[in-house]
Ligand binder design. Structure first.
Ligand SMILES: Nc1nc2c(ncn2[C@@H]2O[C@H](COP(=O)(O)OP(=O)(O)OP(=O)(O)O)[C@@H](O)[C@H]2O)c(=O)[nH]1
Ligand SMILES: [Mg+2]
Length: 279
């Protein structure tokens, strides 16, 4: 069998067994010297050392949690039914430019600099409105939401009121969204169209519709398994639903991503921009 030889400190030749023994002896003596040093220390000093290490550790964990929860929620989500104008609003808010759009099948996101002195920068995210895509995109981004801009097509609101209310109900009873409490800005878009409903009327009709939905949804859930499920009860029990009962900031505002009839014209989105500046 092949035997390896080593040169010791004093210049003598050792085989591998002797080298292993020597390494073991030096490790033992190192352990012994540490043990003696610790024994010679004042116990108060040792306790102080342990406490100091624990404080450093707890501070690191706390800072990590605190900083991450602060920085993660910097997204402004543009949500709403198909064709409500989310993608055009996204373009207008970012560049001011008019853009021809098609039904979105994925999300768009970009940094948005709010028009305030603080120079706040949010991540603006445009989500697809199609019914089959909505849940997965909402799931993906909801925990990062600082604010939700719920875009409504005010021109055909009467026809869509039920669908709008159903989507809003999902958002308002979501446990993660309720915990994080992002501001809700309901952008009543397409105000350039003559038949468009006002923000006030849209708010009133949605309150009525959500009131009805609240009764039917909680009844359906309790008849299924005897409980109201993981989702929350909307508003105050025993009172007709009003947005003012919610523990979040809700604002209804009017806008027009298209603005004037000519495509090169400016949008009418100043009120929305002002609200975004206050986030
Ligand atoms: N008249 C008018 N048309 C608008 C306005 N905003 C958007 N539109 C038009 O409405 C259509 C749909 O706009 P999009 O921005 O693509 O709608 P969306 O909400 O992104 O739709 P999805 O991607 O399908 O969810 C486009 O033809 C827009 O030009 C508006 O304020 N006024
Ligand atoms: Mg779109």
């Amino acid at each position: 069998m092949e035997t390896l030889t080593y040169l010791c400190h004093s210049g003598c030749i050792m085989d591998d067994k002797e080298a292993a023994e020597m390494a073991e002896n030096s490790f033992e003596s190192f352990k012994e010297s540490i043990r003696q040093q610790l024994e010679n220390q004042d116990p108060v000093f040792l306790i102080g050392l342990v406490v100091a290490l624990a404080v450093v550790l707890i501070t690191c964990v706390f800072l990590k949690y605190f900083l991450s929860s602060k920085t993660v929620r910097s997204a402004v989500l543009l949500v709403g039914l198909c064709d409500s104008g989310k993608t055009l609003l996204f373009s207008r808010l970012l560049s001011g430019k008019f853009k021809r759009t098609q039904t979105s099948i994925t999300d768009n996101s970009a940094p948005y600099k709010a028009k305030n002195d603080r120079g706040s920068t949010w991540t603006l995210i445009d989500l697809p409105g199609h019914e089959s895509l909505r849940p997965q995109y909402l799931e993906k981004f909801k925990s990062t939401a600082r604010a939700i801009v719920f875009v409504v097509d005010s021109a055909i609101f009467q026809k869509e009121v039920r669908d709008v209310a159903e989507f809003m109900y999902v958002l308002l009873t979501d446990t993660i969204l309720s915990r994080n409490a992002p501001a809700l800005l309901v952008a009543c878009n397409k105000q350039d169209i003559t038949m468009a409903k006002s923000a006030k009327l849209i708010q009133q009709q949605l309150e009525k519709e959500l009131n009805t939905l609240r009764v039917t949804r909680s009844a359906a859930l309790s008849s299924q398994d005897g409980s109201v499920g993981g989702n929350l009860y909307l508003g105050k029990k025993g009172k007709d639903f009003e947005f003012s009962q919610l523990p979040i900031k809700v604002e209804f505002l009017e806008c027009s991503a298209r603005g004037s009839k000519v495509e090169e014209g400016d949008a009418d989105i100043e009120i929305l921009e002002k609200s975004l500046a206050k986030l």
